[in-house]
Design a protein around this ligand. Structure first.
Ligand SMILES: *[C@@H]1O[C@H](CO)[C@@H](O)[C@H](O)[C@H]1NC(C)=O
Ligand SMILES: *[C@@H]1O[C@H](CO)[C@@H](O)[C@H](O)[C@H]1NC(C)=O
Ligand SMILES: *[C@@H]1O[C@H](CO)[C@@H](O)[C@H](O)[C@H]1NC(C)=O
Ligand SMILES: *[C@@H]1O[C@H](CO)[C@@H](O)[C@H](O)[C@H]1NC(C)=O
Ligand SMILES: *[C@@H]1O[C@H](CO)[C@@H](O)[C@H](O)[C@H]1NC(C)=O
Ligand SMILES: *[C@@H]1O[C@H](CO)[C@@H](O)[C@H](O)[C@H]1NC(C)=O
Length: 500
């Protein structure tokens, strides 16, 4: 018997069959993809028309709301939306005058990549970013207006003269809220850092957010990426809450400070995470003769549950520009990893004014150059016209409950010969030195103060108030931390919702 079969034709058939199946599968896949794409587009379209948000408010919920898409914005990361943002803010600005308790407007930014140049905000206003919304800062320099230097600085910080606007900017406002479901504001800073390093910029780089002369500010639940310069800069402002934000920039990017309250009062910074190339928080108040003449301090500031990574800067800095004075700053539960120093004071002859009543309680630090660092000869001046007789007064600086690991030097405290830093208090401090630590753990010049339960043993100018078996026998049980709360700590948020 012979089975007459043609193996060739069988394989041929099989081959064809397979090919058919493959091409059918491909076609099905293609169709599925198409359907998915159409559905996603429809969803995006739907979302930009029908959207809902839950948001926080302080004065009252906003009476009006709009999506930036209604003003022609396109979230493709390529189209410039500066006009759309400006038109949207102008439209909502008409409700500002209705006041907080029932007026005002909310601007919604849906998922997408929204390229824009700087634009101004308005009063009684909320900007809300969807979790997948990214506001991208324009790299077209002609989009960045040049504005006057700050009166308390007398010049731009990078360059004498004017400065580029900040991306989100506000002047003379009240009740401004920038928030979202952890949406992102991306400064695309590399472009600016390169130009800065090559000295190719005519003006000082812009910030991501600057609010001047503004009362009642909330900045919450957002991520700030790669700012050209400082990230968040409230200046000449009051009643400010910064909560639940993430700030990220490469650790060697120039001047990417996190949050810089500058001549501001009643400030609450909490629950935030900052990785940056400069100080995570820097409290300022103007520069030399310009700051002295302007005369507006930074005061009543609380910072809680801050986590910082900044290998060449401080977790919290006071100064170096402090010529309007800085007083009543309270920092609690500060964590820093791979950061140069903890809460650092920076000032100089010519700054004038004061740094006083700085309270720090609870720092958990790991891998630090200096746990405690005070500098009285910070070399940077706006010009040669500073007054050599304008000596800063530094008094009442308390640190307690500090634990640090892997530290090169416990403290380097340098006051000013004719203006000693006074009233320094250190208590309950344990510093574990690194394997390759400096031989001398402390270095102190022109400072006066007390200490208790500090290890390793601090310099003699921090008089040991000792444990019971000897020592100075002073009254010190721990350094002072104010018991009464600041009014800004008791502000509670209202919860609001809106559905388009
Ligand atoms: C924002 O307002 C300030 C002050 O009026 C102005 O100088 C600046 O040019 C405005 N910025 C933009 C981007 O319109
Ligand atoms: C802000 O207010 C001050 C003082 O009222 C005024 O001089 C200045 O022109 C205002 N600036 C803007 C941009 O509104
Ligand atoms: C917000 O986004 C940043 C950046 O993606 C992320 O690191 C952070 O954990 C997020 N925060 C929250 C609360 O989801
Ligand atoms: C931040 O987001 C959390 C989680 O969505 C929310 O409970 C909280 O009210 C928000 N806080 C602020 C100040 O926006
Ligand atoms: C200790 O600090 C050094 C830098 O000073 C770092 O290279 C090393 O990784 C750190 N070690 C630990 C255990 O964190
Ligand atoms: C000393 O500080 C540690 C944390 O750094 C804390 O747990 C402890 O309670 C403090 N002791 C006193 C007596 O306050």
């Amino acid at each position: 018997m012979e089975i007459s079969s043609n193996p060739n034709s069988l394989s041929h058939l099989l081959h064809h069959h397979l090919q058919d199946q493959v091409s059918m599968a491909l076609r099905a896949l293609f169709l599925l993809l198409l359907v998915a794409m159409v559905a996603a587009a429809a969803r995006r379209d739907e979302e930009s028309r029908a959207w809902a948000v839950e948001y926080v408010a302080v004065t009252g919920c906003r009476a009006h709301a709009a999506s930036v898409v209604e003003f022609g914005a396109v979230g493709d990361g390529i189209t410039s939306n500066t006009k759309a943002f400006k038109a949207a803010v102008e439209h909502l600005g008409q409700y500002s005058k209705d006041g907080g308790g029932g007026g005002g407007g909310l601007l919604y930014v849906p998922a997408g990549r929204w390229l824009t140049g700087p634009f101004n905000l308005t009063s009684v206003f909320t900007l809300f970013l969807h979790r997948d919304a990214v506001i991208l800062a324009s790299q077209d320099i002609s989009e960045w207006p040049v504005i006057d230097p700050l009166p308390s600085y007398g010049r731009g910080r990078d360059k004498a003269g004017g400065r580029y606007s900040s991306l989100l900017m506000g002047v003379n406002l009240t009740d401004v809220i920038l928030t979202g479901d952890n949406g992102t504001i991306d400064g695309q800073g590399a472009f600016w850092w390169q130009k800065f390093h090559k000295n190719q910029l005519k003006y000082t780089r812009g910030y991501l957010v600057e609010l001047m002369y503004t009362d009642q500010i909330v900045i919450s639940n957002l991520t700030f990426l790669n700012s050209p310069n400082w990230n968040i800069h409230p200046v000449y402002s009051s009643n400010i809450i910064v909560s639940g934000i993430t700030i990220l920039a490469p650790v060697h990017s120039p001047n990417t400070d996190g949050i810089n309250p500058d001549s501001c009062s009643n400030v609450r910074i909490e629950d935030s995470y900052i990785v940056s190339g400069d100080d995570c928080v820097a409290i300022k108040s103007g520069w030399d003769e310009y700051g002295i003449a302007f005369g507006r301090p930074s005061e009543h500031i609380t910072i809680k549950r801050l986590t910082c990574i900044s290998p060449t800067s401080a977790a919290i800095a006071v100064g170096s520009e402090m010529s309007g004075g800085v007083r009543d700053v309270r920092a609690e539960d500060i964590t820093a990893i791979n950061t140069e120093s903890g809460v650092r004071l920076k000032t100089a002859v010519g700054r004038g004014a004061f740094i006083k009543d700085i309270y720090v309680r609870g720092m958990n630090l790991n891998t630090m150059k200096w746990v405690f660092w005070m500098t009285g000869n910070y070399k940077s001046h706006p010009d040669g016209k500073f007054d050599p007789n304008a000596l800063p007064e530094v008094n009442g600086i308390s640190y307690s409950n500090v634990v640090a690991q892997n530290v090169s030097m416990a403290g380097r405290l340098d006051g000013i010969e004719n203006a000693h830093f006074k009233g320094i208090c250190l208590s309950n401090v344990t510093v574990h030195m690194a394997m390759k630590a400096k031989k001398v753990p402390w270095e102190c010049t022109y400072i006066e103060g007390v200490s208790k339960d500090v290890s390793p043993k601090p310099c003699d100018s921090l008089e040991d108030q000792g444990s019971d078996e000897g020592g100075g026998g002073g009254e010190l049980t721990s350094c002072r931390f104010p018991e009464e709360r600041l009014p800004i700590e008791d502000i509670e948020f209202k919860r609001c919702s809106y559905a388009a």
